[in-house]
Each structure stands twice: as structure tokens, then as C-alpha cells.
Design a protein. Structure first.
Length: 593
């Protein structure tokens, strides 16, 4: 095929992939109503500007502000608008990752990588949430950081520090943003700058972080009030990783250790098979094509094709959590090698690899955020894995063609050129095929079948009457349950609502305000002492809330505090309340008139 024809074919493929990246989600944009976690942050959006309702937390505050603004901009169809905003965030993140790596990676492979990442991201939670916003800001901040290092621009380093600090108040753990200062130090230290100058460059990023943090804290105090701000920031900055913090240092180390062990097991299992296959490809090339250049291309093409098919079959039939660990471990290990290998040859690429390693190590594996993070940001680690493997293979091919000065030097390295280097090249290329199709197949299967805390897509065909969810489809059973709950609660709109358990939609589809200072279905941001104190204060003021207790057993993955649940049941069964309704999904207690 002529060079011009190849370029035209590549351009057509890239255009098609880009169109798929933009449009594939739209058939699913109206699917799914999560009555558990999603309704918790919808409650936050609804009351973000109501000073009398304190359900918003510092940990997600700026994400809640963005969601709240969108929520209040439209009189109905709020969830549909938030779904569109979610798509915009994830797709923008994928596009930014594409531009971030386009100079280092073939366009087709890069577009496939970010497309795979979007499969996991958009479909995890359709409705806009802080994960989507934080990943977009993280990508933008990272791009500005790398560009600032490339141009030695202090202003851009300051700006990236500001973005990272602000992003801490969207969703991400503060320890991640602090760790990315290491990239600045690494860049200038490797360039041979004196230690003093490398540290001074880091201080520019710290200055940006201080400015961003100061702005964020002042805004948070204005929105939350000082007492609430102080309570939340003490929890957020917990170093020991006590029960209140999932981003503490000890917990990060523990989760990182366990995640890396699991990831190593996956790579040993698949990697050993790929090594044997790569050796067979080299043997096949030598037996059939001898040492011809055509043989290398045929063997490489055959290897990528076979491993792609194998990856697709395995990916479609595997748990997507395994895909997360596989990709994260690969990005950490391969990224570490690349960061060291290219430190002297291409410092900017080395910086990018180091940043990816830090992000994957701390965020994807090292915090509980990782269970959602890999779904919303898989494009970056996957793109780095494939980019580095292709880069390794290309450089080894050039190494094989190197002209040696003496015959003795050639003979000395002949065994490497005949077996070791070709095997490594074939392994890299085979791994590219597997690493592309394994998560692609898993992501496609996951994206087209799974909806967060809902039925499979094929059953989501029924609308509900609540205007906030206009245009959104759910299962017929769930639609009936939501409509019934709205009708049953309508006479009690002047009461506050105590919700606990897996049916947390009441404060969204009615005008009932939440009784507690937490909207999560397990009331996780209320310690038992605060739970009891708020309940006792309400009872003393004869502020008896309507109680809706969702079933605790339908969602096996949920963490429920049964002590809180038992207290709520005891209150509902007391002489102050009447049981209004009960089925297998929820029970409603209302105060006696």
C-alpha cells in the first residue's frame, strides 16, 4: 500500500473512532435510576444553596456546587441534564488525554485507549458526580504541569498547583496532589540542576497549591459555615487513617500493598503466556521467513491479531474489577521502568510516566476511590501502557539495525539480536494487542449491560412521574416503587424525612428536607454520637420526621450500620409512630397526628 493511501486509511479510521468516542454513549444516556447513592448526591445538589440543610460535605463540595448549579438551572429533566454534563466531562477528559499523548503514540492505538477508558467511566454512574469533574480537572492540571516543565514556565507550574489544590475540594485525596510535586523535583534534578534550584521550582507549585487552597477554604467556609468546614477538614487531613478517613496514610499503604499483589498475580498469569507466545512467534519467523524484514511484520501482525482475539474473549468473560487491577499494575510497573529509562533521553516523557505512576499508585490502588477511579479514568493508564510498549518495540527494532564498528562487537551481541531482542519485541507487540482488547471487550460488555445499582440495560424501559427524572427510563418494578413512594409521601411534604437503607430517593422526588446532616443511604458521615444527638434533639423539640427505611439486604455490596438501622426501627415501632406502608423494598413510618 502506498504511503499516501496509508495516510488516508489511517485518517478515515481515526475519524470513525473519534465519532464513536463522541456518540457511543447516547443510546444509554436515558438509562437507569439509582435509588441509592445517586439520589444522595442529587439531594446534595437540590439543597446546596439552602443554608438550613447541612447535607453537603467539604470532601465533594465543588463537585456539589457544579451539580447544584446545573440542577437549579432547569425546572425539570434535571437528571437528564446532569447525564449530558457527565458525558461532556468524561468525553472531554478522553480528548485531553488524546492531545496529551498524541506526540508519543500512534493515533489509532491512542484513540482506542481513550475510547476504552470512556466505556468504564461514563457508564459507572450516568449522572454527573464529583468523580467526573475531578478527573477532568486532574487531566487539565497534569497537562499544564507537563507543559510548564517543557517550557520552564513558572506561571504554568503555579497554575497547575492551584488546580490540584482546588481539585482536592472536588473529590481527590490531598496526598495525591502533594505527591505530584515529586514530578517537578524529578524534572529539574535529572536535568542536572542544583538541589537548591530543584527545590525552588517545587516551591512554585507549592505556592500555587497555597493560593488554590486559600481560595477553596474561603469559598468552603462561605458555603458550609466555619463549624462544618472545620469538622470536615479535620477528617479529610487525618494522617493515621482512622475510621473517619478513607484517604489516610496507613490505609493507602495497606490498599496499595494488596492491590499490587493482586495485579502482580494477573500479570504473571497473562505475561508468562505472552512470553511463550512471543518465543513461538520468533521461532516461526526464523523457520518461515528467515531474517527478512517481511517476516518481522508478518509475525508482529499475526501476534497482535491472536492476542487481540484472546484478550477480547477473556475480557468479555471476566470481572471488570480484574481489568482495573491489571491496568493499574501495568501502568505502575511499566511506567516506572519508562520513567527511569527515558530520564536522560526524553525528560518530558519521563515526567509524564512518573506522573502516571504516582496517580495510579496513590489513587487507583491506594485509596477506596480506586474502586470508582479506574472506571472513570482508565484512558490514561491504558494509553501509557500501550504507548510505552510500542515505544520499547520501536527502539529495539532500531537497536537491531544498528551498525557496529567491529566484527567482534557484532559477534558479541549476535545472540541478543537473534533471540533476546526479537522475543522482547514480539512480547511488547503481543502485549499491545492483549492490553488493548482485554479491557476493550470487558468495557464494552460492562458499558452495554450494567447500570449502577440498577437492572441490566435491556430492562430499563419505563418512565416515572417525578419531573426531576423526566425522560429517564428504569425497570417497570422500580418505576412502580418510585411512583408509589411519591404518592404515599405527598401528604407529608411539610415534614422532614429520615432515610436509611437502599431506597434513598425520597428527598429528590418530594419537597421533604433531610432530617439528618447526611444524605448518604448509610448516613456514613454521622458518627453514632452525632446520630443519637441529632435524633434526641429532634425528639425534644417534637420534630418527628417521616421515616423511610429501605431494605438492607438487596444490595450485598452496601455497607450498612445496623445499629443506626435498629434505632430507626425502634423509633418507627414506638407509640409516636404509625406504620403507613411496607413491602420487601421499603417501610414507611409516619408520626401520629
Amino acid at each position: 500500500m502506498k504511503k499516501d493511501t496509508k495516510i488516508k486509511v489511517e485518517n478515515v479510521i481515526c475519524i470513525l473512532l473519534f465519532i464513536v468516542l463522541l456518540l457511543w454513549y447516547f443510546p444509554f444516556i436515558t438509562k437507569g435510576i439509582d435509588v441509592q447513592d445517586t439520589c444522595s448526591y442529587l439531594t446534595k445538589y437540590r439543597y446546596i444553596f439552602d443554608k438550613n440543610v447541612k447535607v453537603n460535605e467539604l470532601f465533594y463540595l465543588f463537585g456539589e456546587v457544579v451539580g447544584g448549579i446545573i440542577y437549579h438551572l432547569v425546572p425539570s429533566h434535571q437528571v437528564l441534564a446532569l447525564n449530558v454534563a457527565s458525558w461532556a466531562c468524561y468525553t472531554s477528559t478522553a480528548i485531553f488525554i488524546y492531545f496529551f499523548l498524541k506526540d508519543y503514540m500512534p493515533r489509532i492505538a491512542l484513540l482506542i485507549s481513550v475510547l476504552v477508558g470512556s466505556y468504564f467511566g461514563i457508564t459507572w454512574v450516568h449522572c454527573l458526580n464529583w468523580n467526573a469533574i475531578s478527573m477532568l480537572l486532574q487531566t487539565i492540571g497534569l497537562m499544564i504541569l507537563i507543559n510548564g516543565l517543557r517550557k520552564d514556565n513558572n506561571k504554568q507550574i503555579v497554575i497547575c498547583g492551584m488546580i490540584f489544590a482546588i481539585n482536592t475540594f472536588v473529590r481527590l485525596p490531598n496526598i495525591l496532589q502533594l505527591s505530584l510535586v515529586c514530578v517537578v523535583f524529578w524534572h529539574y534534578f535529572i536535568l542536572g540542576q542544583k538541589l537548591k534550584k530543584a527545590v525552588l521550582k517545587c516551591l512554585w507549585m507549592v505556592l500555587g497549591a497555597v493560593i488554590g487552597a486559600a481560595f477553596s477554604m474561603l469559598a468552603a467556609i462561605a458555603i458550609l459555615g466555619f463549624d462544618k468546614f472545620l469538622d470536615d477538614i479535620l477528617m479529610l487531613t487525618s494522617v493515621g487513617g482512622g475510621g473517619e478517613s478513607s484517604h489516610g496514610l496507613i490505609r493507602i499503604i495497606s490498599l496499595f500493598y494488596r492491590g499490587m499483589l493482586q495485579g502482580a498475580g494477573n500479570w504473571i498469569k497473562f505475561g508468562s503466556i505472552l512470553i511463550v507466545f512471543a518465543m513461538l512467534l520468533v521461532l516461526l519467523k526464523k523457520l518461515i521467513f528467515k531474517n527478512s524484514e517481511k517476516g518481522i511484520h508478518v509475525a508482529a501482525t499475526f501476534g497482535i491479531a491472536v492476542t487481540s482475539v484472546a484478550g477480547a474473549i477473556i475480557g468479555k468473560n471476566t470481572d471488570y474489577i480484574d481489568v482495573h487491577v491489571f491496568v493499574a499494575f501495568g501502568a505502575i510497573m511499566i511506567g516506572t521502568v519508562a520513567a527511569l529509562l527515558y530520564a536522560k533521553k526524553d525528560i518530558i516523557f519521563s515526567d509524564m510516566c512518573l506522573a502516571a505512576v504516582i496517580i495510579e499508585g496513590i489513587l487507583t490502588i491506594g485509596t477506596d476511590t480506586g474502586s470508582a477511579y479506574y472506571r472513570v479514568y482508565m484512558g490514561l493508564p491504558l494509553a501509557f501502557i500501550i504507548c510505552i510498549l510500542i515505544k520499547f518495540a520501536n527502539e529495539l527494532l532500531l537497536y537491531k539495525e544498528k551498525k557496529y564498528k567491529t566484527l567482534s562487537e557484532l559477534k558479541k551481541l549476535q545472540w541478543k539480536n537473534k533471540w533476546i531482542i526479537p522475543t522482547v519485541i514480539m512480547f511488547c507487540l503481543a502485549a499491545v494487542g492483549f492490553c488493548t482488547m482485554y479491557p476493550l471487550a470487558a468495557g464494552y460488555h460492562y458499558a452495554t449491560t450494567f447500570v449502577y445499582h440498577e437492572s441490566d440495560n435491556q430492562y430499563l424501559v419505563q418512565g416515572i412521574t417525578a419531573k426531576e427524572f423526566a425522560g429517564i427510563k428504569t425497570s417497570k418494578e422500580r418505576a412502580m416503587l418510585i411512583d408509589r413512594l411519591q404518592v404515599l409521601l405527598k401528604p407529608y411534604n411539610n415534614y422532614e424525612l429520615l432515610q436509611l437503607g437502599g431506597f434513598n430517593i425520597g428527598c429528590v422526588i418530594t419537597d421533604m428536607k433531610p432530617f439528618f446532616d447526611s444524605s448518604w443511604p448509610d448516613l456514613e458521615y454521622l458518627t453514632m454520637d452525632r446520630f443519637k444527638d441529632q435524633l434526641s434533639e429532634g425528639m425534644q423539640k417534637e420534630n418527628y420526621p417521616v421515616i423511610v427505611l429501605g431494605d438492607m439486604n438487596q444490595d450485598k455490596s452496601g455497607f450498612w450500620n445496623m445499629d443506626k438501622y435498629s434505632i430507626a426501627v425502634s423509633l418507627g415501632e414506638s407509640d409516636k409512630y404509625t406504620k403507613l406502608y411496607e413491602d420487601k423494598w421499603y417501610v414507611i413510618y409516619v408520626p401520629k397526628q
